[in-house]
Design a protein around this ligand. Structure first.
Ligand SMILES: [Ca+2]
Length: 398
């Protein structure tokens, strides 16, 4: 567990949310692989009519998934090319940065000169802003395409190897936090393919550029920048030494800095929380995050539904992703939930668009919602569930 915090955060919602705010543009897109993939292929601004306006709107969660196939990721080559450097900007000379520095110095006892020297070394990189910017509204999102990017042989094999290597820690995390082993393994796979793709941006560059040159999310990123500087100080490391995604997400599980400070845990017991170097810390931290967000041990993640032709979906979709309806209320609107669902278990209607093909509908109970706290996307939650199921079945056969 991390050391007790010495400060009161000005905006508790940021610390609690970890990385996302409803409707913010990061959720599905903040991670390293997502940097490569989502931004180019999958991230689109939420449709206001969608049930998942909240969840599908990318918001910087603690993470962002490593989306696509390793070999074929179209964005990957581009991301490995030397990135275009924008105009030289000395952030330490900008008035708003100086005000930020003065504020941090006053509240957290940072040295002003030390921070000025740090911000003088920040590099502007226009690709950070470009990757953060939502895709054009004309882009048609497709669950089938998205799913295929995550359930590839490379990721599945890497997941099984990771599970074997860290079987003790994964089992201990599942017991400690009441979260299934395969869900822990799946999330780390979706995020970074088990640490293979954790991001090549300096975290200080990503967070500073987004704090001061990406106005629509400036408040969110300034809070993350503050948390990052505190985290680096606690780790006794230079802020310049951290790499992560274009959104500043860090390590195996792609936690944003506020999530590291709030939810991460020292699961290997070496006295440090290190999500970059310790897969065991990552395993414990993912499980703890889900537990603290209300994971219900032993309950299902999703139910299939059968729709009547005249099903009335609008009200259900407009209600969002938080589970609020009983099976009887869904049945009243022409939606029959498959499987045995406890009568009182609240459900949300989940819609997964498939481009020009028919939308996939599902019913999501609490645990589906909890996965979307990690990354506010129904696509994300369903991919985590499907990869988890695939991994669990394959492991049983081993
Ligand atoms: Ca540790």
């Amino acid at each position: 567990m991390q050391a007790p915090r010495r400060i009161a955060f000005p905006d508790p919602s940021i610390a609690q949310l970890g990385r996302h705010r409803p409707g913010s543009p990061l959720s599905a897109c903040s991670g390293a692989l997502s940097a490569l993939l989502f931004s180019a292929l999958l991230c689109t601004p939420p449709s206001p009519a969608s049930a998942q306006t909240d969840d599908q709107a990318p918001a910087p969660a603690l993470t962002a998934p490593a989306a696509l196939k390793l070999a074929a990721a179209p964005g990957e080559k581009a991301a490995r090319r030397p990135r275009a450097q924008g105009p030289r900007i000395d952030y330490s000379l900008r008035a708003e940065v100086q005000a930020f520095i003065a504020d941090l110095a006053a509240r957290h006892q940072f040295g002003e000169d030390e921070l000025k020297a740090l911000f003088a070394q920040v590099r502007f990189d226009e690709s950070i802003v470009r990757l953060m910017t939502p895709a054009a509204p004309s882009f048609k999102r497709s669950w089938e395409v998205y799913r295929s990017r995550f359930l590839d042989a490379t990721r599945i094999n890497a997941g099984l190897a990771f599970w074997r290597t860290h079987a003790e820690a994964i089992s201990r995390a599942a017991r400690t936090y009441g979260v299934p082993e395969e869900i822990i393994v799946s999330i780390i796979g979706v995020e970074t393919v088990y640490g293979r793709i954790t991001g090549e941006y300096r975290v200080i560059d990503a967070l500073t550029v987004l704090s001061f040159d990406y106005p629509r999310r400036a408040d969110f990123f300034r809070a993350e920048l503050e948390q990052f500087l505190l985290h680096a100080r606690e780790m006794k490391l230079s802020p310049l030494s951290f790499k992560g995604s274009f959104a500043g997400a860090i390590g195996y599980p792609q936690f944003m800095p506020s999530s590291i400070r709030r939810w991460a845990t020292d699961f290997d017991g070496d006295g440090l929380i290190d999500l970059r170097a310790s897969p065991v810390d990552a395993i414990g931290s993912v499980a703890r995050f889900l537990a603290e967000h209300g994971w219900r041990s032993g309950e299902p993640i999703v139910f299939e539904v059968r729709m009547q032709r005249d099903a009335r979906l609008q009200e259900l979709l407009a209600a969002g992703i938080e589970p609020k309806f009983t099976t009887a209320e869904l049945a009243d609107r022409g939606i029959e939930v498959q499987g045995s669902v406890p009568e009182a278990m609240p459900l949300a209607l989940i819609d997964l668009p498939n481009g020009d093909n028919p939308t996939t509908y599902l019913a999501g109970p609490r645990n589906f919602y909890v996965i979307t706290r990690y990354n506010r996307s129904s696509f994300y939650a369903m991919a985590v569930r499907d990869l988890a199921l695939t991994l669990a079945n394959a492991r049983q056969r081993e």
